[in-house]
Design a protein. Structure first.
Length: 244
């Protein structure tokens, strides 16, 4: 199997092979699968929102300055493209972040010895309860990463506080035009300003980490006693030690 693919069908087969009600677990897998497609849609739409409107070949061209400062006949089209960009940018970051809460529900159901109630389950709490294993190490690596923390801070800020600046910008120093995301602070952490495309690439990294973690989850779940079932007999720490 390719290292760039999480084999969901393999996990579905493992789940079906064990006793218990598989339907809720399979619904979680389907939700993760669909969420990845939703992320790709929002990411691509945010990335391409201003294509064909701004002149990327000549960032410092007069037409671009007229669009940004007003006076171009396409001003309304440009304003709409900025709203499209912001809406899909926010949605892509929220989707990438929410993927990990869905994943935490899946891990909680399949490999956590002391099953947490759904309302208490999130990726931080699950990471603490995963027995020592490559899966635990990879999830912790994600949680320590810059881009996961950026997405967590961004999504919490835009949900509960305010929207973050999302401005069309011409950089004379970089000879570049695009969307610039403003700097912001959250929970005593300061996050610098980035070009939107840089943040979207960071969101892709966060989304792609679920592929590695998913492959490790497949191996962990396949390795413990076939008589254990989703939400029934829970695995012990020993069952998650590296075996593949």
């Amino acid at each position: 199997m390719s290292a760039t693919v999480w084999n969901l069908e393999e996990l579905r087969k493992h789940i079906h092979a064990k006793p218990g009600d598989a339907a809720p677990v399979l619904d979680l897998l389907e939700s993760i699968d669909r969420s990845v497609d939703i992320f790709r849609y929002h990411m691509a739409t945010a990335r391409d929102a201003m294509k064909g409107i701004v002149n990327e070949a000549e960032p410092q061209g007069l037409g671009n300055f007229m669009l940004i400062f007003g006076g171009d006949e396409r001003e309304n089209e440009f304003a709409f493209s900025k709203i499209v960009s912001e809406a899909h940018f926010i949605a892509s970051l929220h989707t990438a972040r929410c993927l990990w809460d869905l994943f935490s529900q899946l891990v909680n159901t399949l490999v956590i010895a002391d099953l947490m109630p759904i309302k208490d389950c999130n990726i931080y709490r699950v990471a603490k309860r995963i027995p020592h294993s490559p899966l635990k190490e990879r999830v912790n690596l994600l949680l320590e990463s810059h881009w996961y923390n950026y997405l967590a801070a961004f999504t919490n800020t835009t949900k509960h506080r305010q929207l973050i600046q999302h401005n069309a910008t011409i950089s004379l120093e970089e000879n570049r035009i695009g969307i610039r995301i403003g700097a912001f602070s959250y929970a005593s952490q300061n996050f610098e300003s980035y070009w939107a495309i840089e943040v979207l690439k960071g969101a892709i990294e966060v989304k792609n980490a679920i592929i590695e973690c998913g492959r490790l989850l497949n191996a962990s779940y396949a390795n413990y006693d076939v008589q254990s079932g989703p939400g029934m007999d829970r695995p012990t720490s020993a069952t998650l030690l590296p075996g593949r």
